[in-house]
Ligand binder design. Sequence first.
Ligand code: NAD
Length: 261
Amino acid sequence: MALTTDLSGKTAVITGSNSGIGLGVARELARAGANVVLNSYTDRKEDHALAEEIAENFSVEARYIKADLSKGDEARALIEQAGTCDILINNAGIQHVAPIEDFPVEKWDAIIAIMLSSVFHTTAAALPMMRKADWGRIVNISSAHGLTASPYKSAYVSAKHGVVGMTKVVALETAQEPITANAVCPGYVLTPLVQAQIPDTAKKYDMSEEEVTQKVILERQPSKEFATTEQLGGTVAFLCSPAADQITGTTISVDGGWTAL
Ligand code: NAD
């Protein structure tokens, strides 16, 4: 089977896609011919410009829709506004690092809302559209932290494990339909979310930023290399291809060997 995927005529909604992995996934799905809906919680000229750039580069339709996914009704409205959703990529995420006893309650609530509850809301809104189209793909961007834990990341690890559980439930509820649900579990990918952690960690350990990257961040990743947003996009495109018709309810790690340790 050819490794190229033809997604022309399909519409993909990618949450949290004005940056990092979400944007990389949007570009790879557009490269495969899908129309894309980008999203984040801002409504800036630059956000809409990203959609215009994708439309122009890949000759597809691309739109940007603002929705704050910490709010369930906005998560559902994103899908309704998209109008059609053949491919749903739940990707939006944030991070906060603190010991449990000091973990700010509002950060816990925000992480669970944006990274776990929004997956429930977008999925509930998208499934009727997929059933109507008689085809659907749901790919949830979990994490190596959806399969393993690290200290001080209680909300993130809980949300990412929750996303893996949710993925399995969706897969079972759609098992006899032409709809699949899977989770992709990246190790470290050099995106703004990870870059933001480097200066503070450098200060904490009195190290240079380069040392932090190699000795602290990539310490868990045996390949000692970051995964790229293009590789994540390629993995998602594969899950949307006919080769993956029978892959459902599972996780694919893109983590340089992290979870083999
Ligand atoms: P990023 O910061 O570049 O992107 C996060 C995206 O989520 C942005 O588009 C941001 O605007 C959006 N977002 C945040 N809060 C939102 C809200 N309330 N409503 C709507 N959108 C919101 O980070 P990234 O590294 O590209 O992360 C993307 C996903 O991949 C996250 O779920 C993250 O947990 C996961 N992940 C990242 C890595 C990594 O190493 N970068 C590893 C494993 C998993």
